[in-house]
Design a protein. Structure first.
Lengths: 149, 149
DNA sequence: TATTGTTATACTCTATAACTATA
DNA sequence: TATAGTTATAGAGTATAACAATA
């Protein structure tokens, strides 16, 4: 009796998620970026988006998005322009420098993930991935209102 | 090429950890408690501890611990007393009411975990648990400096 | 001097409300 | 009137610095 919550699967997930998140943020620090910047750049890789579209796709608040785009602009990774068709909108597009930063971040993040998953064999990683996908795809309460990293 | 970070195992872990954490916090809300209160109560279940001992065992900052103990005291779950042997220390002990609250929280958290793991069979849950334990026990950078829930 | 607990303070992240300009 | 973006502001959560009491 008296199952301690600490040590159970759900809590392990919380703790590992937290430490994985911290690990990824640490990996990105040399670029002066955080996870949320990368997530925006990944969306912008193919096509420009308005800020509100970026909000919808990331789940971020629009006031947070203003700050994130400000920071990406300051880093030279992104450009803001008035939309010609709807002058209320800012079209955000990725610059060449943004593409470079995105590539660098992918390298750093992949490396950090490899370190994180180092204790597992390739087959075990695949099994873990498959199990997590199953959890993530859960229909009721589908992990929707996520604290965005 | 161009592996998107989104969708990879490490990022799944971050997202699932976040949503699992939110789920647990939501489950505890009816008790007026948060995860960190439960973690402290679990430690106090067997023996009283000083605040600094609680800090060591939880990884929480001592200023944060002051607030957490304040809140638990206000809920009547915990009692602060001067140590007789070292009058600098506050001995924190769990009250009967704290024990009741801990029991209730265990029920709520177990229920929340069952919902979280619902998509998996019992065997799959065991496999997931085993994989997470392996990751958690990782020697280099052992998930130590964790954002405490 | 060092440690325990405390307070005041600051910093990050996030969200709410109010404003502007456009539609 | 509704929407896009912005600003100011406030609320959690956490951490740093300074302080009082005690060792």
């Amino acid at each position: 009796m008296h199952d301690r919550i600490d040590g159970q699967t759900g809590y392990l997930l919380v703790k590992l998620g937290g430490s994985a998140g911290a690990r990824f943020e640490r990996a990105l620090a040399p670029l002066g970026m955080k996870g949320r910047h990368v997530r925006v750049l990944e969306i912008l890789r193919n096509d420009p988006r308005s800020q509100s579209e970026l909000c919808q796709e990331t789940g971020m608040d629009r006031t947070t998005m203003v700050a994130v785009i400000d920071e990406l602009e300051r880093l030279g990774c992104v450009r803001r322009e008035r939309s010609l068709t709807d002058r209320r909108k800012h079209v955000v597009s990725m610059t060449e420098r943004g593409g470079t930063a995105l590539g660098e971040s992918a390298v750093l993040l992949t490396q950090a993930q490899d370190e994180l998953l180092a204790p597992l064999s390739a087959a075990e990683r695949d099994r873990l991935h498959a199990l997590l996908i199953r959890l993530y795809a859960q229909p009721p309460d589908p992990c929707a209102p996520l604290p965005p990293t």
